[in-house]
Ligand binder design. Structure first.
Ligand code: NAD
Length: 495
Protein backbone atom coordinates (compact mmCIF):
# COMPACT_ATOMS: atom_id res chain seq x y z
CA UNK A 1 0.00 0.00 0.00
CA UNK A 2 1.39 3.45 -0.88
CA UNK A 3 1.90 6.02 1.88
CA UNK A 4 -0.83 8.69 1.73
CA UNK A 5 0.27 12.15 0.69
CA UNK A 6 0.19 14.69 3.53
CA UNK A 7 0.44 18.45 4.08
CA UNK A 8 1.68 20.48 7.01
CA UNK A 9 -0.15 23.38 8.64
CA UNK A 10 2.05 26.29 9.74
CA UNK A 11 1.15 29.26 11.96
CA UNK A 12 1.28 32.38 9.73
CA UNK A 13 2.76 34.57 12.48
CA UNK A 14 5.30 32.30 14.18
CA UNK A 15 6.09 29.74 11.49
CA UNK A 16 5.41 26.98 14.04
CA UNK A 17 4.38 23.68 12.42
CA UNK A 18 1.08 22.85 14.03
CA UNK A 19 -0.04 19.63 12.40
CA UNK A 20 0.18 17.24 9.48
CA UNK A 21 -2.92 15.95 7.72
CA UNK A 22 -3.61 13.53 4.87
CA UNK A 23 -4.54 14.66 1.38
CA UNK A 24 -7.65 12.54 0.91
CA UNK A 25 -8.21 11.16 -2.57
CA UNK A 26 -11.45 10.71 -4.49
CA UNK A 27 -11.41 7.02 -3.45
CA UNK A 28 -11.08 8.00 0.24
CA UNK A 29 -13.99 10.39 -0.14
CA UNK A 30 -16.12 7.73 -1.81
CA UNK A 31 -15.38 5.34 1.05
CA UNK A 32 -16.43 7.94 3.66
CA UNK A 33 -19.67 8.65 1.84
CA UNK A 34 -20.48 4.93 1.63
CA UNK A 35 -19.76 4.50 5.34
CA UNK A 36 -21.94 7.51 6.12
CA UNK A 37 -24.77 6.00 4.09
CA UNK A 38 -24.60 2.80 6.13
CA UNK A 39 -24.53 4.68 9.44
CA UNK A 40 -27.30 7.16 8.63
CA UNK A 41 -30.16 4.72 9.21
CA UNK A 42 -28.97 4.09 12.79
CA UNK A 43 -28.96 7.82 13.49
CA UNK A 44 -32.35 8.48 11.86
CA UNK A 45 -33.90 5.54 13.74
CA UNK A 46 -32.83 6.98 17.11
CA UNK A 47 -35.65 9.52 16.83
CA UNK A 48 -35.85 13.14 17.93
CA UNK A 49 -35.41 12.74 21.67
CA UNK A 50 -32.41 10.43 21.54
CA UNK A 51 -30.69 12.50 18.84
CA UNK A 52 -31.23 15.61 20.92
CA UNK A 53 -29.70 13.88 23.96
CA UNK A 54 -26.63 12.88 21.95
CA UNK A 55 -26.19 16.32 20.38
CA UNK A 56 -26.33 17.82 23.88
CA UNK A 57 -23.67 15.36 25.05
CA UNK A 58 -21.53 16.56 22.18
CA UNK A 59 -22.04 20.18 23.32
CA UNK A 60 -20.94 19.23 26.85
CA UNK A 61 -17.78 17.59 25.55
CA UNK A 62 -16.95 20.65 23.44
CA UNK A 63 -17.73 22.95 26.37
CA UNK A 64 -15.29 21.02 28.55
CA UNK A 65 -12.63 21.34 25.84
CA UNK A 66 -13.18 25.02 25.10
CA UNK A 67 -9.66 25.98 26.24
CA UNK A 68 -8.13 23.31 24.02
CA UNK A 69 -10.19 24.49 21.03
CA UNK A 70 -9.22 28.14 21.53
CA UNK A 71 -5.58 27.19 22.07
CA UNK A 72 -5.57 25.20 18.84
CA UNK A 73 -7.01 28.14 16.86
CA UNK A 74 -4.36 30.38 18.42
CA UNK A 75 -1.55 28.00 17.48
CA UNK A 76 -2.93 27.28 14.03
CA UNK A 77 -3.76 30.77 12.78
CA UNK A 78 -2.85 33.16 15.63
CA UNK A 79 -6.47 33.91 16.47
CA UNK A 80 -6.71 35.60 19.91
CA UNK A 81 -8.34 33.27 22.43
CA UNK A 82 -11.22 35.75 22.90
CA UNK A 83 -12.12 35.45 19.21
CA UNK A 84 -11.83 31.67 19.50
CA UNK A 85 -14.35 31.73 22.36
CA UNK A 86 -16.72 33.92 20.33
CA UNK A 87 -16.55 31.48 17.41
CA UNK A 88 -17.08 28.42 19.60
CA UNK A 89 -20.06 29.91 21.45
CA UNK A 90 -21.78 30.80 18.16
CA UNK A 91 -21.32 27.22 16.91
CA UNK A 92 -22.49 25.61 20.15
CA UNK A 93 -25.60 27.78 20.20
CA UNK A 94 -26.40 26.40 16.74
CA UNK A 95 -26.14 22.81 17.91
CA UNK A 96 -28.24 23.54 20.99
CA UNK A 97 -30.96 25.33 19.01
CA UNK A 98 -31.11 22.71 16.26
CA UNK A 99 -31.28 19.87 18.79
CA UNK A 100 -33.98 21.60 20.83
CA UNK A 101 -36.21 22.55 17.89
CA UNK A 102 -35.81 19.74 15.36
CA UNK A 103 -38.86 17.77 16.49
CA UNK A 104 -41.14 20.81 16.61
CA UNK A 105 -40.04 22.07 13.18
CA UNK A 106 -39.59 18.76 11.36
CA UNK A 107 -41.86 16.43 13.27
CA UNK A 108 -44.53 16.50 10.58
CA UNK A 109 -47.98 18.03 10.59
CA UNK A 110 -51.49 17.65 9.26
CA UNK A 111 -52.44 20.44 6.87
CA UNK A 112 -55.85 21.52 5.54
CA UNK A 113 -56.54 19.60 2.31
CA UNK A 114 -58.48 22.50 0.74
CA UNK A 115 -62.20 22.69 -0.02
CA UNK A 116 -61.98 20.92 -3.39
CA UNK A 117 -60.35 17.84 -1.84
CA UNK A 118 -61.73 17.85 1.67
CA UNK A 119 -62.33 14.09 1.35
CA UNK A 120 -58.54 13.66 1.84
CA UNK A 121 -56.30 13.72 4.89
CA UNK A 122 -53.12 15.68 4.12
CA UNK A 123 -49.88 15.28 6.02
CA UNK A 124 -46.41 16.81 5.50
CA UNK A 125 -43.29 15.13 6.85
CA UNK A 126 -39.63 16.12 6.70
CA UNK A 127 -37.45 13.03 6.25
CA UNK A 128 -33.68 13.57 6.21
CA UNK A 129 -31.87 13.75 2.88
CA UNK A 130 -29.35 11.01 3.73
CA UNK A 131 -25.69 12.04 3.54
CA UNK A 132 -24.72 15.70 3.54
CA UNK A 133 -21.33 17.03 2.41
CA UNK A 134 -20.08 20.11 4.28
CA UNK A 135 -17.15 22.18 2.99
CA UNK A 136 -15.55 24.59 5.44
CA UNK A 137 -13.36 27.74 4.99
CA UNK A 138 -10.34 28.78 7.07
CA UNK A 139 -11.61 31.95 8.68
CA UNK A 140 -14.10 30.35 11.11
CA UNK A 141 -13.42 26.61 10.80
CA UNK A 142 -15.07 25.64 14.09
CA UNK A 143 -18.20 27.73 13.65
CA UNK A 144 -18.86 26.75 10.03
CA UNK A 145 -18.35 23.04 10.76
CA UNK A 146 -20.67 23.16 13.78
CA UNK A 147 -23.20 25.26 11.90
CA UNK A 148 -23.45 22.82 8.99
CA UNK A 149 -23.44 19.76 11.24
CA UNK A 150 -25.97 21.13 13.75
CA UNK A 151 -28.83 21.36 11.28
CA UNK A 152 -27.85 18.36 9.14
CA UNK A 153 -27.51 16.01 12.15
CA UNK A 154 -30.54 17.29 14.05
CA UNK A 155 -32.60 16.56 10.93
CA UNK A 156 -31.36 12.95 10.93
CA UNK A 157 -28.61 13.03 8.29
CA UNK A 158 -25.07 11.68 8.28
CA UNK A 159 -22.29 14.05 7.18
CA UNK A 160 -18.83 14.14 5.62
CA UNK A 161 -16.97 17.37 6.35
CA UNK A 162 -14.12 18.74 4.23
CA UNK A 163 -11.89 20.83 6.53
CA UNK A 164 -9.92 23.82 5.21
CA UNK A 165 -6.30 23.11 4.28
CA UNK A 166 -5.29 26.34 6.06
CA UNK A 167 -6.93 25.60 9.42
CA UNK A 168 -8.13 21.98 9.66
CA UNK A 169 -7.44 21.42 13.38
CA UNK A 170 -10.60 22.91 14.88
CA UNK A 171 -12.87 21.15 12.38
CA UNK A 172 -11.21 17.78 13.03
CA UNK A 173 -11.38 18.32 16.79
CA UNK A 174 -15.12 19.05 16.86
CA UNK A 175 -15.89 15.94 14.80
CA UNK A 176 -13.74 13.71 16.98
CA UNK A 177 -15.51 15.18 20.00
CA UNK A 178 -18.78 13.80 18.62
CA UNK A 179 -17.41 10.26 19.02
CA UNK A 180 -15.97 10.96 22.47
CA UNK A 181 -19.46 12.02 23.51
CA UNK A 182 -21.16 9.16 21.61
CA UNK A 183 -18.71 6.24 21.56
CA UNK A 184 -21.39 3.81 20.37
CA UNK A 185 -22.18 5.80 17.22
CA UNK A 186 -21.30 3.85 14.06
CA UNK A 187 -18.08 4.83 12.33
CA UNK A 188 -18.58 7.24 9.47
CA UNK A 189 -21.81 8.79 10.74
CA UNK A 190 -19.83 12.04 10.94
CA UNK A 191 -16.38 12.12 9.42
CA UNK A 192 -13.75 14.60 8.29
CA UNK A 193 -11.61 14.71 5.20
CA UNK A 194 -8.62 16.96 4.53
CA UNK A 195 -6.80 18.10 1.43
CA UNK A 196 -7.05 20.83 -1.17
CA UNK A 197 -9.48 21.78 -3.92
CA UNK A 198 -9.38 18.31 -5.49
CA UNK A 199 -10.61 16.71 -2.26
CA UNK A 200 -13.46 19.23 -2.06
CA UNK A 201 -14.26 18.61 -5.71
CA UNK A 202 -14.39 14.84 -5.08
CA UNK A 203 -16.93 15.44 -2.30
CA UNK A 204 -19.07 17.49 -4.69
CA UNK A 205 -19.04 14.61 -7.22
CA UNK A 206 -19.44 11.83 -4.67
CA UNK A 207 -23.22 11.56 -4.90
CA UNK A 208 -23.94 13.10 -1.47
CA UNK A 209 -27.56 14.14 -1.12
CA UNK A 210 -26.75 17.80 -0.50
CA UNK A 211 -23.60 19.89 -0.44
CA UNK A 212 -23.38 22.76 2.05
CA UNK A 213 -20.48 24.98 1.02
CA UNK A 214 -19.05 27.96 2.90
CA UNK A 215 -16.27 29.84 1.14
CA UNK A 216 -15.44 32.26 -1.62
CA UNK A 217 -17.53 33.16 -4.68
CA UNK A 218 -15.12 31.66 -7.27
CA UNK A 219 -15.00 28.33 -5.41
CA UNK A 220 -18.77 28.45 -4.92
CA UNK A 221 -19.17 28.56 -8.70
CA UNK A 222 -16.93 25.49 -9.10
CA UNK A 223 -18.85 23.67 -6.38
CA UNK A 224 -22.15 24.34 -8.11
CA UNK A 225 -20.77 23.16 -11.45
CA UNK A 226 -19.39 19.94 -9.96
CA UNK A 227 -22.63 19.26 -8.08
CA UNK A 228 -24.65 19.77 -11.26
CA UNK A 229 -23.25 16.48 -12.62
CA UNK A 230 -25.33 14.42 -10.19
CA UNK A 231 -27.99 17.11 -9.74
CA UNK A 232 -26.81 17.38 -6.13
CA UNK A 233 -28.57 20.33 -4.46
CA UNK A 234 -26.26 22.97 -2.99
CA UNK A 235 -26.37 25.48 -0.17
CA UNK A 236 -23.89 28.29 -0.77
CA UNK A 237 -22.68 30.60 2.01
CA UNK A 238 -20.32 32.87 0.10
CA UNK A 239 -18.50 36.16 0.51
CA UNK A 240 -19.93 39.49 1.58
CA UNK A 241 -19.30 43.21 1.20
CA UNK A 242 -21.42 44.24 4.13
CA UNK A 243 -22.75 47.72 4.59
CA UNK A 244 -23.51 49.82 7.67
CA UNK A 245 -25.74 52.88 7.27
CA UNK A 246 -25.59 55.75 9.76
CA UNK A 247 -28.72 57.93 9.69
CA UNK A 248 -28.90 61.52 10.94
CA UNK A 249 -30.65 60.42 14.17
CA UNK A 250 -28.14 57.63 14.97
CA UNK A 251 -26.35 57.14 18.29
CA UNK A 252 -22.94 58.12 16.89
CA UNK A 253 -20.96 56.59 19.73
CA UNK A 254 -22.64 53.20 19.21
CA UNK A 255 -22.29 53.41 15.42
CA UNK A 256 -18.56 54.17 15.67
CA UNK A 257 -18.11 51.26 18.06
CA UNK A 258 -19.85 48.88 15.62
CA UNK A 259 -17.85 50.17 12.65
CA UNK A 260 -14.53 49.61 14.38
CA UNK A 261 -15.38 46.25 15.96
CA UNK A 262 -17.40 44.94 13.00
CA UNK A 263 -14.77 46.12 10.52
CA UNK A 264 -11.68 44.64 12.12
CA UNK A 265 -12.97 41.73 14.26
CA UNK A 266 -10.88 38.64 13.39
CA UNK A 267 -8.65 40.95 11.35
CA UNK A 268 -11.58 41.68 9.03
CA UNK A 269 -11.44 38.03 7.95
CA UNK A 270 -15.16 37.60 8.51
CA UNK A 271 -17.76 37.07 5.79
CA UNK A 272 -20.09 39.45 7.65
CA UNK A 273 -17.39 42.00 8.48
CA UNK A 274 -18.36 45.64 7.88
CA UNK A 275 -16.60 46.81 4.70
CA UNK A 276 -18.68 49.83 3.57
CA UNK A 277 -20.18 52.61 5.68
CA UNK A 278 -22.58 55.24 4.36
CA UNK A 279 -23.08 58.14 6.74
CA UNK A 280 -25.50 61.02 6.27
CA UNK A 281 -23.46 64.22 5.76
CA UNK A 282 -24.91 66.08 8.76
CA UNK A 283 -23.31 63.59 11.19
CA UNK A 284 -20.21 62.72 9.14
CA UNK A 285 -17.64 64.76 11.10
CA UNK A 286 -18.89 63.54 14.48
CA UNK A 287 -18.73 59.93 13.27
CA UNK A 288 -15.23 60.25 11.77
CA UNK A 289 -13.87 61.73 15.00
CA UNK A 290 -15.30 58.86 17.07
CA UNK A 291 -14.10 56.18 14.65
CA UNK A 292 -10.58 57.64 14.65
CA UNK A 293 -10.46 57.72 18.46
CA UNK A 294 -11.74 54.17 18.81
CA UNK A 295 -9.45 52.75 16.12
CA UNK A 296 -6.48 54.26 17.97
CA UNK A 297 -7.16 51.87 20.87
CA UNK A 298 -6.77 48.76 18.71
CA UNK A 299 -3.69 46.62 19.14
CA UNK A 300 -2.68 43.88 16.75
CA UNK A 301 -0.52 40.93 17.72
CA UNK A 302 -0.38 37.61 19.51
CA UNK A 303 -1.11 38.81 23.05
CA UNK A 304 -4.22 37.72 24.92
CA UNK A 305 -5.59 41.24 25.05
CA UNK A 306 -4.69 42.16 21.49
CA UNK A 307 -7.72 43.03 19.38
CA UNK A 308 -6.87 40.61 16.61
CA UNK A 309 -4.04 38.52 15.19
CA UNK A 310 -2.25 38.03 11.88
CA UNK A 311 -3.62 37.82 8.37
CA UNK A 312 -3.98 34.10 7.89
CA UNK A 313 -3.37 33.77 4.16
CA UNK A 314 -0.59 35.73 2.36
CA UNK A 315 -2.80 36.39 -0.69
CA UNK A 316 -5.24 38.28 1.58
CA UNK A 317 -2.45 40.68 2.55
CA UNK A 318 -1.95 41.42 -1.14
CA UNK A 319 -5.68 42.06 -1.55
CA UNK A 320 -5.65 44.57 1.32
CA UNK A 321 -2.60 46.31 -0.15
CA UNK A 322 -4.22 46.45 -3.59
CA UNK A 323 -7.46 47.88 -2.17
CA UNK A 324 -5.66 50.57 -0.13
CA UNK A 325 -3.49 51.62 -3.08
CA UNK A 326 -6.41 51.68 -5.50
CA UNK A 327 -8.53 53.86 -3.21
CA UNK A 328 -5.74 56.35 -2.49
CA UNK A 329 -4.83 56.55 -6.19
CA UNK A 330 -8.50 57.29 -6.95
CA UNK A 331 -8.50 60.27 -4.57
CA UNK A 332 -9.60 58.77 -1.24
CA UNK A 333 -8.20 59.97 2.10
CA UNK A 334 -6.82 57.77 4.88
CA UNK A 335 -8.54 58.57 8.18
CA UNK A 336 -6.81 55.73 10.04
CA UNK A 337 -3.64 53.96 8.88
CA UNK A 338 -2.61 53.63 5.26
CA UNK A 339 -0.13 51.65 3.16
CA UNK A 340 2.28 51.42 6.11
CA UNK A 341 -0.38 49.56 8.12
CA UNK A 342 0.28 46.48 6.00
CA UNK A 343 3.21 44.96 7.90
CA UNK A 344 3.16 41.24 7.17
CA UNK A 345 1.73 39.10 8.62
CA UNK A 346 -0.12 41.76 10.64
CA UNK A 347 -2.27 44.52 9.20
CA UNK A 348 -3.24 47.43 11.44
CA UNK A 349 -6.73 48.92 11.09
CA UNK A 350 -7.27 51.07 8.01
CA UNK A 351 -10.20 53.45 7.52
CA UNK A 352 -10.50 55.27 4.21
CA UNK A 353 -12.97 58.05 3.41
CA UNK A 354 -14.42 59.38 0.15
CA UNK A 355 -13.60 56.34 -1.96
CA UNK A 356 -15.14 56.52 -5.48
CA UNK A 357 -18.00 54.04 -5.75
CA UNK A 358 -16.53 52.27 -8.78
CA UNK A 359 -13.19 51.62 -7.04
CA UNK A 360 -12.27 47.96 -6.51
CA UNK A 361 -12.00 48.71 -2.77
CA UNK A 362 -15.78 49.08 -2.70
CA UNK A 363 -16.87 46.74 -5.46
CA UNK A 364 -14.99 43.63 -4.21
CA UNK A 365 -14.76 41.87 -0.86
CA UNK A 366 -11.50 42.90 0.90
CA UNK A 367 -11.57 40.37 3.76
CA UNK A 368 -9.13 42.39 5.83
CA UNK A 369 -9.21 45.13 8.53
CA UNK A 370 -10.15 47.84 6.04
CA UNK A 371 -13.32 49.93 6.24
CA UNK A 372 -14.50 52.61 3.82
CA UNK A 373 -16.66 55.49 5.06
CA UNK A 374 -18.43 57.55 2.39
CA UNK A 375 -20.93 60.31 3.06
CA UNK A 376 -24.32 60.64 1.42
CA UNK A 377 -26.95 63.42 1.39
CA UNK A 378 -29.66 61.21 2.89
CA UNK A 379 -30.56 57.63 3.77
CA UNK A 380 -32.29 57.06 0.40
CA UNK A 381 -28.94 57.54 -1.30
CA UNK A 382 -27.29 55.34 1.35
CA UNK A 383 -29.73 52.53 0.53
CA UNK A 384 -29.22 52.99 -3.21
CA UNK A 385 -25.46 52.63 -2.80
CA UNK A 386 -25.81 49.81 -0.28
CA UNK A 387 -27.78 47.84 -2.85
CA UNK A 388 -25.47 48.61 -5.77
CA UNK A 389 -23.31 45.53 -5.14
CA UNK A 390 -23.92 41.97 -6.33
CA UNK A 391 -23.26 40.79 -2.74
CA UNK A 392 -25.93 40.72 -0.05
CA UNK A 393 -24.99 38.89 3.13
CA UNK A 394 -25.37 40.95 6.32
CA UNK A 395 -25.99 44.67 6.87
CA UNK A 396 -26.56 47.17 9.67
CA UNK A 397 -28.49 50.38 10.19
CA UNK A 398 -27.98 52.91 12.97
CA UNK A 399 -31.02 55.11 13.52
CA UNK A 400 -33.06 56.02 16.58
CA UNK A 401 -36.45 56.03 14.86
CA UNK A 402 -36.15 54.82 11.27
CA UNK A 403 -34.21 51.58 11.65
CA UNK A 404 -36.98 49.23 10.45
CA UNK A 405 -37.98 51.49 7.57
CA UNK A 406 -34.38 51.64 6.26
CA UNK A 407 -33.69 47.95 6.97
CA UNK A 408 -36.69 46.93 4.88
CA UNK A 409 -35.10 48.53 1.80
CA UNK A 410 -31.72 46.80 2.05
CA UNK A 411 -31.19 43.80 -0.22
CA UNK A 412 -29.37 41.31 2.04
CA UNK A 413 -29.86 38.06 3.93
CA UNK A 414 -30.12 39.99 7.20
CA UNK A 415 -30.04 43.47 8.72
CA UNK A 416 -29.20 44.38 12.31
CA UNK A 417 -30.55 47.66 13.70
CA UNK A 418 -28.29 49.58 16.12
CA UNK A 419 -25.74 46.75 16.37
CA UNK A 420 -23.81 44.57 13.94
CA UNK A 421 -23.15 40.90 13.09
CA UNK A 422 -25.69 39.77 15.70
CA UNK A 423 -27.37 37.21 13.43
CA UNK A 424 -24.24 35.03 13.58
CA UNK A 425 -24.94 34.29 17.24
CA UNK A 426 -28.75 34.07 17.01
CA UNK A 427 -29.65 30.60 15.73
CA UNK A 428 -33.39 31.23 15.74
CA UNK A 429 -33.19 33.48 12.65
CA UNK A 430 -32.16 32.34 9.15
CA UNK A 431 -28.58 33.09 8.14
CA UNK A 432 -27.46 33.33 4.52
CA UNK A 433 -27.17 35.64 1.57
CA UNK A 434 -28.65 36.85 -1.68
CA UNK A 435 -26.95 37.39 -5.05
CA UNK A 436 -23.25 36.59 -5.04
CA UNK A 437 -23.37 35.94 -1.29
CA UNK A 438 -25.13 32.66 -2.07
CA UNK A 439 -28.43 30.99 -1.33
CA UNK A 440 -29.94 28.56 1.13
CA UNK A 441 -29.94 29.09 4.87
CA UNK A 442 -28.27 27.84 8.02
CA UNK A 443 -29.97 28.66 11.35
CA UNK A 444 -33.56 28.57 12.43
CA UNK A 445 -36.50 26.68 10.99
CA UNK A 446 -35.29 27.34 7.44
CA UNK A 447 -31.88 25.93 8.35
CA UNK A 448 -33.42 22.70 9.60
CA UNK A 449 -35.65 22.31 6.54
CA UNK A 450 -32.60 22.76 4.26
CA UNK A 451 -31.50 19.28 5.23
CA UNK A 452 -34.77 17.49 4.61
CA UNK A 453 -36.85 16.50 1.65
CA UNK A 454 -40.41 17.64 2.44
CA UNK A 455 -42.84 14.86 1.66
CA UNK A 456 -46.62 14.98 1.16
CA UNK A 457 -48.72 11.98 2.22
CA UNK A 458 -52.40 12.15 1.23
CA UNK A 459 -55.01 9.62 2.31
CA UNK A 460 -58.43 9.34 0.66
CA UNK A 461 -61.18 9.08 3.26
CA UNK A 462 -64.29 8.83 1.05
CA UNK A 463 -65.49 9.56 -2.48
CA UNK A 464 -66.80 13.07 -3.03
CA UNK A 465 -69.01 13.80 -6.05
CA UNK A 466 -67.82 12.90 -9.55
CA UNK A 467 -64.46 11.15 -9.55
CA UNK A 468 -62.29 13.09 -12.04
CA UNK A 469 -59.47 10.59 -11.63
CA UNK A 470 -61.31 7.60 -13.02
CA UNK A 471 -62.38 6.20 -16.42
CA UNK A 472 -64.76 5.91 -18.13
CA UNK A 473 -65.92 9.55 -18.05
CA UNK A 474 -69.64 9.75 -17.52
CA UNK A 475 -71.46 12.45 -19.57
CA UNK A 476 -73.35 13.82 -16.51
CA UNK A 477 -70.02 14.43 -14.74
CA UNK A 478 -69.10 17.10 -17.26
CA UNK A 479 -72.20 19.14 -16.39
CA UNK A 480 -71.66 18.71 -12.63
CA UNK A 481 -68.07 19.86 -12.84
CA UNK A 482 -69.01 22.75 -15.14
CA UNK A 483 -71.45 24.01 -12.50
CA UNK A 484 -68.85 23.60 -9.78
CA UNK A 485 -66.26 25.63 -11.81
CA UNK A 486 -68.77 28.46 -12.29
CA UNK A 487 -69.68 28.46 -8.61
CA UNK A 488 -66.13 28.29 -7.25
CA UNK A 489 -64.10 30.37 -9.72
CA UNK A 490 -66.33 32.56 -11.93
CA UNK A 491 -67.54 34.89 -9.18
CA UNK A 492 -65.43 37.96 -8.47
CA UNK A 493 -64.16 37.56 -4.94
CA UNK A 494 -61.61 39.88 -3.37
CA UNK A 495 -61.16 41.74 -6.67
P1 NAD B 1 -12.24 29.06 -0.45
O1 NAD B 1 -13.39 29.17 -1.38
O2 NAD B 1 -10.89 29.32 -0.96
O3 NAD B 1 -12.19 27.61 0.23
C1 NAD B 1 -13.26 27.08 0.98
C2 NAD B 1 -13.17 25.57 1.00
O4 NAD B 1 -13.39 25.08 -0.32
C3 NAD B 1 -11.81 25.00 1.44
O5 NAD B 1 -12.04 23.90 2.28
C4 NAD B 1 -11.18 24.56 0.13
O6 NAD B 1 -10.28 23.50 0.25
C5 NAD B 1 -12.41 24.10 -0.65
N1 NAD B 1 -12.23 24.08 -2.11
C6 NAD B 1 -11.31 24.73 -2.86
N2 NAD B 1 -11.49 24.45 -4.17
C7 NAD B 1 -12.56 23.62 -4.25
C8 NAD B 1 -13.27 22.99 -5.32
N3 NAD B 1 -12.90 23.17 -6.59
N4 NAD B 1 -14.33 22.23 -5.02
C9 NAD B 1 -14.74 22.05 -3.75
N5 NAD B 1 -14.11 22.61 -2.69
C10 NAD B 1 -13.04 23.39 -2.93
O7 NAD B 1 -12.61 30.04 0.75
P2 NAD B 1 -11.67 30.47 1.96
O8 NAD B 1 -10.61 31.36 1.41
O9 NAD B 1 -11.29 29.27 2.76
O10 NAD B 1 -12.69 31.32 2.88
C11 NAD B 1 -12.88 32.68 2.73
C12 NAD B 1 -14.16 32.98 1.97
O11 NAD B 1 -15.26 32.34 2.62
C13 NAD B 1 -14.50 34.46 1.97
O12 NAD B 1 -14.96 34.84 0.70
C14 NAD B 1 -15.63 34.57 3.00
O13 NAD B 1 -16.46 35.68 2.84
C15 NAD B 1 -16.33 33.26 2.80
N6 NAD B 1 -17.12 32.90 3.99
C16 NAD B 1 -18.48 32.97 3.92
C17 NAD B 1 -19.25 32.68 5.04
C18 NAD B 1 -20.76 32.76 5.00
O14 NAD B 1 -21.39 32.29 5.93
N7 NAD B 1 -21.36 33.31 3.97
C19 NAD B 1 -18.61 32.31 6.24
C20 NAD B 1 -17.23 32.25 6.27
C21 NAD B 1 -16.49 32.54 5.13
Amino acid sequence: MSTPETFTVTNPATGEQVGTYPVHTAADVEERVEQARLAQGWWADLGWVERKRRLNRWIADLGQRSDEICELAFREVGRPRGDGQFELIAGLEDVRWAAAHAEKVLGGKRVPPGLALFNFDAHVSYPPLGVVGVIVPWNVPVYTALCGLAYALAAGNAAVVKASEIAPGGTVLVIEAFYRANPDAPAGLVSWITGFGDTGNALCRSGVDKLAFTGSVPTGRKVMQACAENLTPVLLELGGNDVLIVAEDADIEAAADAIVWGGVFNGGQACVGIERVYVVESVREALLAKVKAKAAQITVGLGDTDSYGPMIVPSQIETVRKHVDAALAAGATALVGGPASVREPFVDPIVLVDVPEDCVTLTEETFGPLVVINSVPDTDEAVRRANSTPFGLGSSVFSADRGREIAAQIRAGGTVINACLTFVGMPSVPFGGVGHSGFGRFHGEDGLREFTSPKATLAKRFQLGPDMQSFPRKPEYFEQVRRMVKMRYARRRGV
